[in-house]
Design a protein around this ligand. Structure first.
Ligand code: GDP
Length: 329
């Protein structure tokens, strides 16, 4: 079966529409004129519940499913609750994909994660590195679930001939991110701690590790844009990376954050905290070959995300989003 074209009439179910990726995708879809969105929060359908998920998808009968729902995979959650992370993600994926198959959904995009690449992958990481070596132990539960999701997409393509696809986003950031000072990822976590230091007038702020590790950051709106490109143009069994292809050191990121926030105190490093892997950046040539490129430069993305964070301190709806980080990474 050929991938059906997206039209303004397409019924599109975004699973995980309240999360970082899902909410950005809904915004982008609406802006592009796709108004026929099927949405259901976790209070309406618990995707870990197989019967409820099947009922929902049978009734909704979408033309497209974007599977952006996940149980958060930060290394903190993975280390503390690996059994919950593994089980919840596997159930969400299997339930949604089985129900989508049963409902004959012709097109599905599964959002995986760059955590599924082997720990020692050659940088920038190409899609061919998948399953070529051992995983990072601290995020293994999340990674294994995402690998299983990718395998399921491929298996459905093989068995049913449906044009389902997998994307592998790099580290995301943006409005709706998890800003917890300690259980979040580096960009939002540091933003929060530097903000708190600025408000308190603290003379210094501590960045974990040595500051030398290099990471790549993709704004959720850029991911959303990439999803539209993939739904329009991508139909291969293998997954495709979504990133910026550019990396920055944690020290330079901290500097950029401090400049945006207006924090003038000292930035200190705590080498007692783990650095993690020295460098993580994706090779995005497969995606740029389709004509897509990231549009949001890191400095601009950080500025708008910080503004959103400031608003979240006063606007109740955004405060809710900051608090509720159960379901989506
Ligand atoms: P990773 O890509 O899986 O290592 O994810 P993280 O986003 O948790 O960490 C990235 C890097 O940022 C690591 O080298 C951390 O030591 C460093 N880092 C510095 N400050 C922070 C912080 O406040 N929070 C987090 N999560 N990482 C930090």
């Amino acid at each position: 079966m050929r991938a059906p074209e997206l039209t303004p009439a397409s019924r599109i179910y975004v699973a995980g529409h309240r999360g970082l990726a899902g909410s950005a995708l809904c915004g982008r879809l609406r802006a592009a004129g796709y108004e026929n969105l099927v949405l259901a929060g976790s209070s309406e359908v618990d995707l870990r519940d197989r019967a409820a998920t099947t009922r929902f998808l049978t009734e909704a009968a979408p033309d497209v499913v974007v599977l952006a729902a996940a149980r958060g995979g930060g290394s903190g959650a993975n280390a503390a609750e690996p059994a919950d992370v593994l089980s919840a993600n596997l159930r969400i994926q299997v339930n949604v994909m089985d129900a989508a198959r049963a409902a004959g959904v012709p097109r599905l995009l599964f959002l995986a994660s760059s955590a599924m690449y082997p720990r020692e992958s050659r940088q920038p990481v190409r899609e061919t590195s998948l399953l070529a070596g051992p995983l990072e132990p601290t995020t293994e539960a999340y990674a294994i679930a995402k690998i299983a999701g990718m395998a399921q997409v491929r298996a459905v393509r093989e068995q049913d001939g449906l044009p389902w696809i997998t994307a592998i986003p790099t580290n995301l950031y943006g409005p709706g991110d998890n800003f917890h000072p300690t259980s979040s990822h580096v960009l939002a976590g540091l933003m929060r701690r530097i903000h708190d230091a600025a408000v308190a007038g603290a003379p210094s702020v501590v960045v974990w590790g040595t500051g030398t590790p290099r990471r790549e950051f993709l704004h959720a709106d850029d991911l959303a844009d990439a999803c539209l490109t993939l739904l329009a143009h991508y139909d291969e069994p293998g997954p495709v990376n979504v990133g910026t292809g550019r990396d920055i050191s944690v020290a330079d990121l901290a500097k950029m954050l401090a400049e945006t926030i207006g924090y003038t105190g000292a930035i200190e490093f705590d080498p007692g905290r783990p650095d993690g892997t020295p460098r993580k950046v994706l090779d995005i040539r497969a995606l740029t070959g389709l004509g897509w490129e990231p549009k949001i430069r890191l400095r601009a993305g950080i500025a708008s995300t910080y503004q959103w964070y400031l608003d979240s301190l006063t606007l109740p709806r955004q405060r809710e989003a900051v608090r509720g980080h159960e379901m989506v990474r």
